[in-house]
Design a binder for this molecule. Structure first.
Ligand SMILES: Cc1cc2nc3c(=O)[nH]c(=O)nc-3n(C[C@H](O)[C@H](O)[C@H](O)COP(=O)(O)OP(=O)(O)OC[C@H]3O[C@@H](n4cnc5c(N)ncnc54)[C@H](O)[C@@H]3O)c2cc1C
Length: 391
């Protein structure tokens, strides 16, 4: 049963929420996670790719939630030429998020957090501007549960922040509109390669991806910028790409969703409130990857929230923004600049870039070199590339 009072309530049991809960609970404080859906980790709204370095600090890699081990990245130009960047070792994964998220929930629970699914949080308990708990619908009843801190981990469509008076607005151009299928009988896809198709014919202001999941299965989708979505839908681009590249594939699942490819919100905490993951806009603005950065945001927030409770000093929440910026936010400022550079490149230029990269010997190709070649006409960004990639 749920109690009427906890130290910390986390709204949302995605990766950001359960990691925040785990790192707070590890400090011996009383944590409750509320999830509106029936299952933790389902439905999956994600292409499920993540770098190994973003996984390892949070959970030991395990084949039960790894669908594919990645050591190659392929970039395909608008005219169909492909260049591959290969790593000596496994560099990333395509996850089974349904199981991965579940495991993160299990770890949070083992650390002492209580998780309850099918609780729909529909408001905050406020005393003036101070957040003192949540209002929710649970088993057909409207309930109130009090807490000293609420952590909003309620994803891209977050409302918790807004209820707490935090400005969560995002420019429509920064909201990537995505459509994805998980398809079977997918031919000509290497099981260790993530494919990125670049150019306006595939996905204007974004990219078309093919992420393998073994056994001729793959997550195939694309994101296009909010501006371009007004002219033609992501689904219509995806239909064309599927027809062109995977005419024999069967569609097993399909999803649509938004990815906030923006900078982190200016304010991600307040009186008794913190936001993590997509709710705080902690997604990498260049790649749209939010699993890893959401977990990092979750850890930073969970550690600070736990400490604030232990020391009975809620002022410590004010440290969260700086701590996040130090940990990941500053690199997101750079990724945001690179995004502006990359997504303004014309199709002809992309064709040239891929051609040039193919001339670099295979063993000397790096992601850093990809960006340096792509942004050669914008020398001011080359320094930024060097800050986030090995060139
Ligand atoms: C099509 C698509 C492809 C993507 N591909 C990738 C990828 O390949 N790699 C990558 O790293 N990222 C990817 N992302 C982004 C990634 O899925 C998110 O950044 C990540 O899931 C964010 O984690 P989170 O914990 O912040 O939010 P979520 O995982 O969205 O979790 C939020 C949780 O809060 C719950 N919730 C919401 N409101 C309430 C409420 N009122 N009460 C209770 N519970 C609530 C939701 O049910 C959900 O379980 C993709 C996104 C999309 C849409």
């Amino acid at each position: 049963m749920l109690k009427s009072q906890y130290d910390i309530i986390v709204v949302g049991a995605g990766p950001a929420g359960t990691v925040a809960a785990r790192f707070a609970a590890m400090q011996g404080v009383d944590v409750l996670v509320l999830e509106k859906d029936r299952d933790v980790g389902y439905p999956v709204r994600c292409a499920e790719a993540i770098s190994k370095r973003n996984v390892v600090p949070f959970i030991e890699p395990n084949d039960k939630w790894i669908a594919a081990k990645i050591n190659k990245y392929a970039f395909v130009s608008p005219n169909g030429e492909e260049v591959v960047i290969e790593f000596d070792e496994v560099n990333g994964y395509v996850l089974e998020r349904r199981i991965f998220d579940y495991e993160l929930g299990r770890l949070a629970s083992e650390a002492g957090a209580k998780i309850q699914t099918r609780v729909y949080v529909n408001g905050l308990i406020l005393e003036g501007e101070k957040v003192c708990g949540v209002k929710a619908e649970f088993q057909g009843k409207q309930i109130e549960i009090r807490s000293k801190i609420v952590i909003g981990a309620d994803g891209v469509e977050s409302r918790v922040g807004r209820w707490a008076g935090i400005k969560t607005h995002i420019d429509y151009r920064d909201m990537e509109s995505c459509f994805q299928v998980t398809a079977a009988n997918v031919d000509n896809v290497d099981p260790g390669t993530l494919y990125f198709y670049l150019g306006t014919n595939y996905a204007p202001g974004g990219y078309f991806w093919v992420f393998p999941k073994g056994d001729k299965l793959a997550n195939i989708g694309l994101g296009i910028s909010g501006g371009d979505n007004k002219k033609r839908s992501a689904l219509s681009f995806l239909n064309d790409n599927m027809k062109k590249f995977f005419p024999n594939a069967s569609v097993l699942t399909q999803i649509a969703g938004g990815v906030p490819c923006a900078l982190t919100l200016e304010r991600i905490s307040g009186d008794g409130i913190m936001l993590v993951g997509d709710a705080a806009r902690q997604v990498n603005p260049l790649t749209g990857g939010g699993i890893g950065s959401g977990m990092i945001g979750g850890r930073v927030a969970g550690e600070i929230a736990g400490e604030a409770i232990r020391k009975n000093n809620l002022q410590l929440l004010d440290n969260y923004h700086n701590a996040w910026m130090k940990e990941r936010g500053k690199s997101h400022l750079i990724f945001d600049k690179l995004k502006e550079g990359i997504f303004n490149i014309s199709d002809d230029e992309f064709n040239d870039i891929i051609k040039k990269l193919k001339k670099i010997p295979k063993e000397k190709r790096t992601l850093g070199k990809f960006f340096v070649t792509a942004l050669a006409k914008k020398p001011s960004l080359i320094v930024d590339v060097a800050k986030v990639y090995v060139v």
